[in-house]
Design a protein. Structure first.
Length: 295
């Protein structure tokens, strides 16, 4: 049985840890509110932009779409993995790694490992995929000051690589925010462009008439790069909100577990203390009886 000093030390250690997890839960909750507001505002914009783009590209000339819409034989792939910069968020980051590994096994198992490149957004992804080989770009601190301009650099790097023929496909893997307790792993193709297959969206788009100025082709050439950047930015915002939700949930569970452990340790402490007191009483009584017998 552990000594009273050891049990007291463990109680102090667990109490200190519980205070830290409580503070981290409160910080995550405050950040989650802002991140959730950002992604809720972004979703309608991204959806509407995709709807407009779907309508414009339906009858556009093939030359207009050739830069980003031409499907090629898949020989080289870029996988954009979006994680967090820090841990202590439960299975948030490991789920992305599992999603990437599952993607490679299902779609790119026939490709040599050297033909699969990685772009890591978030320090955890950079550390994980950096062990496999060179990582495209350095986006380890995107979430320190998250903005569209920061993410735009990553999107342009992927787009330039696709146009130059370095990659035949560009795929994103990230956590989509559903609620505080639920994050869904999403695998989405960024390049080449995927036509919207939602019947409701296509019907709504086809019923809209636009006035083009200066020309339809020029507008499409401008909208396509913007849409791709918005798609990646939306994925990063989804991941950011998911991270804070996952961390809030993880810290809440950690706080509860610390509370249960404290109850067990305090019970152990009281039992140990009672046993020590009983032992001291028995020693005193035994000594008194021995003294009385010697007289």
């Amino acid at each position: 049985m552990a000594s009273l000093k050891e049990v007291r030390s463990r109680i102090q250690s667990v109490t200190s840890t519980q205070q830290i997890t409580k503070a981290m839960k409160m910080v995550a909750a405050a950040k989650l509110r802002r991140a959730q507001d950002n992604i809720i505002r972004m979703r309608p914009y991204a959806q509407r932009l995709n709807t407009i783009l779907a309508n414009l590209t339906r009858n556009a000339d093939e030359g207009v779409l050739s830069d980003y819409g031409t499907a090629r034989d898949v020989r080289r792939v870029l996988v954009i993995a979006i994680t967090s910069d820090r841990g202590l968020a439960g299975a948030f980051n490991s789920n992305v790694f599992k999603g990437v590994n599952a993607l490679i096994q299902e779609r790119y198992a026939s490709l040599p490992a050297a033909n699969i490149s990685f772009m890591a957004i978030g320090k955890k992804a950079h550390d994980y995929f950096g062990k496999r080989g060179p990582v495209q770009g350095n986006f380890t601190h995107v979430f320190t000051k998250l903005s569209f301009d920061t993410v735009r650099v990553a999107a342009e790097m992927a787009m330039d690589g696709f146009r130059a023929g370095q990659y035949d496909e560009v795929v994103m893997v990230y956590n989509e925010f559903k609620n505080v307790a639920t994050q869904i792993i999403r695998t989405e193709q960024l390049l080449p462009l995927v036509q919207v297959e939602d019947t409701a969206v296509n019907t709504a788009a086809s019923n809209v008439e636009y006035i083009f100025e200066p020309s339809k082709e020029e507008i499409v050439r401008t909208l396509i790069p913007q849409s791709l950047k918005v798609q990646l930015y939306k994925a990063v915002l989804e991941s950011n909100a998911s991270e804070h939700g996952a961390r809030m949930t993880a810290m809440d569970k950690a706080t509860d577990n610390a509370g249960e452990l404290l109850k067990s340790l305090k019970l152990t402490y009281n039992r140990t203390r009672q046993a020590a007191i009983t032992t001291e009483i028995l020693e005193i009584v035994g000594g008194a009886e021995a003294l009385a017998a010697s007289r």
